[in-house]
Write a protein that binds this ligand. Structure first.
Ligand code: SF4
Length: 333
């Protein structure tokens, strides 16, 4: 009977290749995709992605939400952050430990990933790869088929569950060899390289730092909203988020963040959500900022705002002057 491999997938080309290589090597292949608030498709919220089994490129891929565990390591990574707030080493260890804990329930004999030696500076140097593997209690049971020929033989190879000749020796940051391999394996369509992980982005770092310096107990919604809108810090306990386009407006309307939702009624304008401590001066400040991003020309016109607060909906007529409409100095980039 074929041995079973649990392949950690991200949906990118390296993952697809790994699934295919393992299948071609005669293994019983199951995919595993860990879902968190930051790696789901744009304009989706975690509630839109159910745990479960999906078919991708003909493979069974199991989606498992690990947002809670991920939030813990993001807020306090043992190995620190990369250039932004990317806790890459802790991230890998979490994924691998979680995968290991699921091996029995999937009946898997070992784990495979699409990692490529030398592709990423923080986690794919040989010494770091070994350390992560050991810290994940997977020593010998973690196969990287794309780079396996450059690495020590794993237990699946030693026990001949996998023939080393069926594996590859790819290293480095380029994609050319993977694209050639895709062609050899008959993979015609695959995603173009993703924009990368949002945790590595400088703008996200600024928003994240603002969040941790103003919030004592951070939840998944606090983090999820960092992906969307323009962010304004109005006071230590008041933050306003304004949608930048229709899709963001829809996300801000649905997300369970903010105790007040604000919409413009008589002119086209963005949808906004805000953590509001109840001060009228802050609400007025928010109206001024929202006016700046709507089709508003100042007095003598007025804006009708619809607000939802405490399960009640109210309409407020607001008259601001252009002078009152604030500069962007309070924006959190
Ligand atoms: S880039 Fe993002 S997803 Fe990749 S290892 Fe780092 S934190 Fe994790």
């Amino acid at each position: 009977m074929a041995r079973k491999v649990l392949v950690l997938t991200s949906g990118g080309l390296d993952s697809i290749l790994t699934l295919k290589i393992m299948e071609k090597a005669g293994l019983d292949v199951i995919g595993l995709h860990f879902v968190t608030w930051f790696n789901i498709p744009k304009y989706k919220l975690l509630n839109d992605i159910a745990d479960g089994c999906y078919i991708y490129k003909g493979f069974q891929i199991n989606y498992i939400d690990i947002s809670k565990e991920y939030t813990d390591i993001l807020l306090s990574p043992s190995y620190g952050y990369g250039s932004a707030v990317n806790p890459c080493i802790d991230c890998k260890i979490l994924f691998f430990k979680k995968a290991k804990s699921l091996m029995d329930s999937f009946g898997a004999d070992f784990i495979a990933t699409g990692e490529v030696l030398g592709q990423r500076p923080m986690t794919q140097k040989l010494s770091i790869m070994k350390m992560i593997e050991n810290r994940s209690d997977l020593t010998g049971y973690l196969l990287r088929p794309l780079s396996a020929k450059l690495l020590d033989p794993t237990i699946p190879e030693k026990l001949q569950w996998v023939n080393r000749d069926d594996l590859y020796g790819i290293s480095g940051r380029g994609r050319k060899k993977q694209m050639e391999l895709a062609s050899d394996l008959g993979i015609a369509e695959y995603p173009s390289p993703a924009g990368g992980c949002i945790l590595t982005e400088k703008q996200f770092k600024v928003r994240f730092k603002d969040l941790v310096s103003h919030t004592s107990s951070i939840n998944i919604e606090d983090l999820s909203i960092l992906r969307y809108g323009r962010h304004f810090r109005l006071s230590t306990d008041c933050k306003l988020v304004i949608g930048r386009n229709q899709k963001e407006n829809e996300v801000l309307e649905r997300i369970l963040w903010g105790n007040i939702k604000i919409d413009t009624m008589n002119i086209p304008g963005p949808f906004s959500t805000m953590e509001w401590p109840g001060k009228i001066s802050l609400l007025k400040m928010a109206f001024n900022i929202i006016a700046r991003y709507s089709d508003y020309c100042g007095a003598p016109e007025h804006i009708q705002f619809r607000i939802k607060y405490n399960n009640q909906e109210k309409t407020i007529i607001y008259r601001g002057t252009p002078d009152e409409i604030l500069s962007e100095s309070k924006i959190i980039r």
